[in-house]
Design a protein around this ligand. Structure first.
Ligand code: PLP
Length: 404
């Protein structure tokens, strides 16, 4: 069970005020706040153990390496990957997807087709467009229905003899739609096509089991999971990662270097060039511990209780239109008021201490598809309360009255 009062004590930032009002933080989809255990771990390392990893026999370097590698083990358990060789640390979801587009994408040739969906974040669009510019691949895009659910029949129809890859989000950062990723992976595999799942919006809320999903790649970011910024994970199946060429070159990722020839390190280090954010990675362990202690099922249940309550109340305000009403939906509400610009509503909410995100949410093609410039987006985490949902609704009511 979730005891929000106890949880909130772990997040001192939630006690601050904005515009003279108690702050209500509802921008968790962009970044969730970090508990004291994460903050203290960062401080502890800076004041006690900071040293570069994997490069020294001295005590501090070994301590730091152990902390980083301990996190790799925790991540492996967290997503039920087969081995730690399948866990690659990146700067975030974006870098993880770029890694796959650049490395696995080097196997593609002109005319090969990659399937995406219209609800993708730019992080899962632009790397494929860059590849299109470089080698001439073709992008195919799956549409959504009126509720914001993927058109699965179209997804299946888009597969053809030239399809080489499919890359789609687990949960939409705008619509909240939870996609039927297992069914999508199974279908892609039945056509011999490997897949990447962008799990940036799923990993904070849903239990991820990459073995069960059988996906080839899975990407996510620590800062959306109560962890530090600058850290992300790419899970990849070992047999694929082994065949893939390195993407970035530098320290850590090599076996032996001469001016004539370089051999590469074994997995996962082949894909981890340069000094990683080892302190962030070490502190990410504490975020995973925080999630594990609460239990993802409990987190999800709590967040959905608050977000559904807020959504029902929001719908009762005349002039409000909700974008994204999928049957399976995460704790995200995107909405607009009577054709007014999302920034105006967002500014009026900020003046009341309510922190929501406004704009295109790095999903411009989805905004084009919906025929709007952007939305106001409220997104919920485990520390949010029903009382905060009420404050949010009241703030929207007041803002709507001003904008009318
Ligand atoms: N994919 C989705 C669905 C996202 O919501 C985000 C961030 O909001 C990203 C990718 C990019 O994540 P990051 O900026 O942490 O790399």
């Amino acid at each position: 069970m979730i005891d929000v009062d106890i949880i909130r004590k772990e997040f001192p930032i939630l006690e601050r005020s904005v515009a003279g009002k108690p702050m209500v933080y509802l921008d968790n989809t962009a970044t969730s706040q970090a508990p004291l255990s994460v903050v203290r771990e960062i401080e502890r390392i800076y004041t006690h153990s900071r040293a570069n990893v994997h490069r020294g026999v001295h005590t501090l370097s070994q301590e730091m390496t152990d902390l980083q590698e301990h996190c790799r083990m925790r991540v492996r358990e967290f997503i039920n990957a087969g081995s730690i060789e399948e866990i690659i640390f990146t700067r975030g979801t974006t870098e993880a997807i770029n890694l796959v587009a650049n490395s696995f994408g080097s196997f593609f040739k002109a005319g090969d087709e990659v399937i995406l969906t219209v609800m993708e974040h730019h992080a899962n669009i632009v790397p494929w467009q860059l590849l299109r510019e470089r080698i001439g691949i073709v992008l195919k895009v799956v549409d959504i229905n009126d509720k914001g659910e993927l058109d699965l029949e179209e997804f299946k129809r888009l597969f053809g003899p030239k399809t080489v890859f499919a890359s789609f989000c687990h949960v939409s950062n705008v619509l909240g739609t939870v996609n039927p990723v297992k069914e999508m992976v199974d279908y892609a595999h039945s056509r011999g096509v490997p897949v990447l799942i962008d799990g940036a919006q799923a990993s904070p809320h849903l239990k991820i089991d990459v073995e069960e999903l059988d996906c080839d790649f899975y990407a996510f970011s620590a800062h959306k999971m109560y962890g530090p910024s600058g850290v992300g994970v790419l899970y990849g199946k070992k047999q694929l990662l082994e065949k893939m060429p390195p993407w970035q070159g530098g320290g850590e990722m090599i076996g032996k270097v001469t001016f004539e020839h370089t051999t590469f390190a074994d997995l996962p280090f082949k894909f981890e060039a340069g000094t990683p954010d080892y302190i962030g990675i070490a502190a990410f362990s504490k975020a995973l511990e925080f999630i594990d202690n609460l239990g993802l099922e409990n987190i999800e249940r709590h967040e959905l209780e608050i977000s559904r309550y807020a959504e029902e109340k929001l719908k009762m305000i005349p002039g409000i239109k909700i974008y994204g009403e999928a049957q399976y939906k995460g704790p995200v509400i995107s909405f607009l008021f009577n054709g007014t610009h999302p920034y105006d509503l967002g500014m009026l909410l900020d003046k009341q201490g309510v922190e929501v995100r406004t704009g295109h949410h790095c999903a411009m093609p989805l905004m084009d598809r919906l025929g709007i410039p952007g939305t106001v987006r409220a997104s919920f985490a485990v520390y949010n309360t029903l009382k905060e949902a009420d404050i949010f609704i009241e703030a929207v009511r007041k803002a709507a009255a001003i904008l009318s």
